[in-house]
Design a protein around this ligand. Structure first.
Ligand code: GLN
Length: 192
């Protein structure tokens, strides 16, 4: 069984652990740099990206994460997607440049900042996984404002990209770990 790390400094790492188990992988809760050597891929969960960034530096994981991303697949949800972006706005923030995307934080505004909705993924996502709409949970989500290079949009919400892959990496601005549908995690496991 594939071992998939879940960065477990802050945020909803436990829900990702359960989602990975449902999708058929063994989760490893990563809190220490040496654990990067034990995993085939990594999930960066949702949470608060500024706090996660501080803890990554404080706990000495930032360099190991950057190096891991140069070699192995990484899947970021929400705050995780913010950390993987090439540029971050509102406000600007350091990031790991793993994908050619630009994100604007908390871009849906404070009044309507969280919602559960159904989205129709792109045909390619459906062909590679299984048919059917995706339930998408947004919690103070960023909006992906720019997608370039060979980054590919796999689902949109109101025209904005919400699920994007580039090579071995994947990001979602919603929270697939909070629904019973395993297709997004399964798609990530295909990359390992
Ligand atoms: N608003 C958070 C941030 O900017 C992300 C929210 C989430 O991960 N659910 O980091």
């Amino acid at each position: 069984m594939k071992k998939v790390g879940v960065l477990s400094l802050q945020g909803d790492f436990a829900a990702h652990g359960a989602a990975l188990e449902r999708a058929g992988a063994e989760p490893v809760f990563v809190r220490d740099p040496h654990q990067f050597g034990q995993i085939d891929g990594l999930v960066i969960p949702g949470g608060e990206s500024t706090t996660m960034l501080k803890l990554l530096h404080y706990d000495g994981l930032a360099d190991a994460l950057a190096e891991f991303g140069r070699q192995k697949p990484v899947f970021g949800t929400c705050a995780g997607a913010i950390l993987m972006a090439r540029e971050v706005s509102s406000p600007e923030q350091e990031s790991f440049h793993m994908m050619d995307i630009g994100v604007e934080r908390n871009a849906y505004g404070r009044q309507i900042d969280s919602r559960v909705t159904e989205i129709e993924p792109e045909p390619e996502f459906l062909e590679r996984t299984a048919p059917g709409k995706l339930e998408a949970v947004f919690i103070r989500a960023p909006i992906i404002r720019r997608v370039s290079g060979d980054a590919k949009v796999l689902a949109r919400y109101h025209g904005d990209p919400v699920l994007v892959e580039q090579g071995r990496h994947l990001v979602a601005t919603f929270h697939p770990e909070l629904t019973a549908d395993s297709r997004v995690h399964e798609l990530f496991l295909e990359k390992l």
